[in-house]
Ligand binder design. Sequence first.
Ligand SMILES: Nc1ncnc2c1ncn2[C@@H]1O[C@H](COP(=O)(O)OP(=O)(O)OP(=O)(O)O)[C@@H](O)[C@H]1O
Length: 228
Amino acid sequence: MTGPTPTGLTLQDVVLTYPDGDRRLTALDAVSLHSAPGELTAIVGPSGSGKSSLLAVAATLLRPDSGRVLVDGEDVCGLTAKQATALRRERIGIVFQQPNLLASLTALEQLLAVAHLRGTRPRAARGRAEQLLASVGLTDGKQHRRPHQLSGGERQRVNIARALFAEPAVLLVDEPTSALDHERGARITDLLATVTRTHRTATLLVTHDRTLLTHADQILELVDGRLR
Ligand SMILES: Nc1ncnc2c1ncn2[C@@H]1O[C@H](COP(=O)(O)OP(=O)(O)OP(=O)(O)O)[C@@H](O)[C@H]1O
């Protein structure tokens, strides 16, 4: 590529196919996009259009058949499984549809578990975890509650704070509001826009609900694996 190395997340001509009987199904068909640090990019599209596949490729969970995925200018498609795991831990925050929190841990402990995996010193980790939870609105003792003692929206906030713990360059978010009513969904999308700006993440947000996208910097539509 010519010019300066792009920061944030870049996909170049990404093709992804799945086995489909004796043929192959093309889930992503020459997809190119760029999301800069501090930019919220929304991906919308009907069921089966390839949204989850796109996030999986961006997360290095699936390797594309061809094309390139760059995180802060580094091509991540050729990484070994071990390198890809390290990249996800250090550079990529992932927020799944259903908050996959550990039932026995409090909100604070969910973040401290990440800190432990990363080898962050306990005192520094605790301060940072408390600050992050406060920044997503979890104060007044809620940081000491377990998932079943929190609302769906609050659980999703813990999920977002946890994904931000490593100060990732890229934040990937898959239908974060599907289990929430419209108002709570809108507040989560507002929060994602705010953290994208303050943490300077290149954020990809997959959603089917266009009414939640008032804060997106770009909205890309995926149809049959192609971006429009
Ligand atoms: N593991 C797989 N093996 C074979 N085909 C798959 C696999 N995963 C997804 N597909 C197919 O790839 C296409 C894209 O699927 P994908 O899950 O990325 O779509 P999506 O836009 O996220 O859909 P939804 O909104 O319903 O979650 C679909 O035709 C789907 O059937």
